[in-house]
Design a protein around this ligand. Structure first.
Ligand code: HSE
Length: 314
């Protein structure tokens, strides 16, 4: 009998202002879906990728979903293999964790076939980070961790090479606006734009912002949250990659956003809002600012997804 499993994973907003490579949150909405079929050949075969306009490689070793599935097989597979079908629900190169969602869904679907039933999806973080390494050049965890776990997380690299994921409490209602302009920024390029060293004053500023941000999320203090979203480690070097950055940020704040910033490595920009109605207004103003800067844009307003990646079917 053919055994199959299907898993899905959604978009994420990484960095969240000052938390470069550390903070991320999972949003509700479109998802990447991976269907895995168990084989006995010990290999990963990508049968089909849909929804990518033919842009993604289908050789398993060149595709982040394939690499994540391969990691699961090597660590838990006992000789098993998988055939994969990847349905892309997330746009590529958007800064919304598209590669992370593919890696996470592939790792989870593969694990569902080869691991014990009480398997904890959190054991898959390293598999998903290998997918990120392929897609972006580094195994940064701040998309795959919130994508797997859901909610808002902090990723703490430990001396043993692993990453401890800390789920952060969020008090009250918080809506996430994501506005994607019609151009792409490759994460590898956005990372290459960063300096190897930063001024101590900038590091101190971000440390203080993170303390404020974590406290503000837990207490629901939106004033403090807004004052804690500033970033001096990555944003100053990346804003020039996003045509209209200043206008979009100003539009979001003028429309009442708690704060605004680059989602991951961009070019999507995010804003936070206390209500869905205000979030919709902020989204419209941010889209308008991108359009006035010469770029069409689409917006997505959503709540934080507290669950993260899901096994849809076995
Ligand atoms: N922390 C990563 C970066 C996220 O900013 O490069 C990429 O989505």
């Amino acid at each position: 009998m053919t055994r199959r499993a299907r898993a899905s994973a959604s978009a994420t907003v990484a960095n969240l202002g000052p938390g470069y490579d550390v903070l991320g949150l999972c949003v509700e909405g479109p998802r990447d879906v991976v269907t895995a079929e168990l084989t006995r050949d010990g290999a990963v075969t990508i049968v089909e990728v849909r929804g990518d306009d033919g842009r993604l490689p289908t050789a398993a070793s060149d595709n982040c979903a394939g690499v994540a599935a391969q990691w699961v097989l090597e660590n838990y597979g006992h000789g098993a293999g998988v055939r994969l079908w990847l349905d892309k629900g997330l746009p590529l190169g958007s800064g919304m964790g598209s590669s992370a969602a593919s890696s996470v869904a592939a790792a989870l679907a593969t694990a569902a076939l080869v691991c014990p039933s009480d398997f904890d999806k959190r054991a898959l973080l390293d598999a998903c980070r290998e997918g990120e390494r392929l897609a972006t050049g580094t195994p940064h965890p701040d998309n795959v961790a919130p994508c797997l776990y859901g909610g808002v997380v902090a990723c703490a690299p430990r001396a043993n090479g692993h990453v401890e994921v800390i789920s952060l409490p969020v008090a009250g209602e918080l809506w996430v606006v994501a506005v994607k302009p019609n151009f792409a920024v490759r994460t590898a390029d956005a990372r290459a734009a960063l300096p190897d060293a930063v001024p101590m004053a900038d590091a101190v500023s971000n440390l203080a912002a993170i303390a404020g941000l974590v406290t503000a999320l837990a207490s629901g203090d939106h004033g403090l949250l807004g004052r804690s979203l500033g970033d001096r480690l990555a944003t100053p070097y990346r804003r020039r990659l996003i045509a209209g950055y200043d206008a979009v940020e100003a539009a979001a704040l003028a429309a009442g956003a708690i704060g605004c910033g680059i989602s991951g490595s961009g070019p999507t920009m995010f804003a936070l809002s206390p209500t869905q109605a205000e979030a919709n207004t902020i989204a419209a103003e941010m889209v308008g600012a991108f359009v006035a800067s010469g770029h069409q844009a689409v917006s997505h307003v959503s709540a934080i997804d507290p669950v993260g990646a899901r096994l849809e079917a076995m």
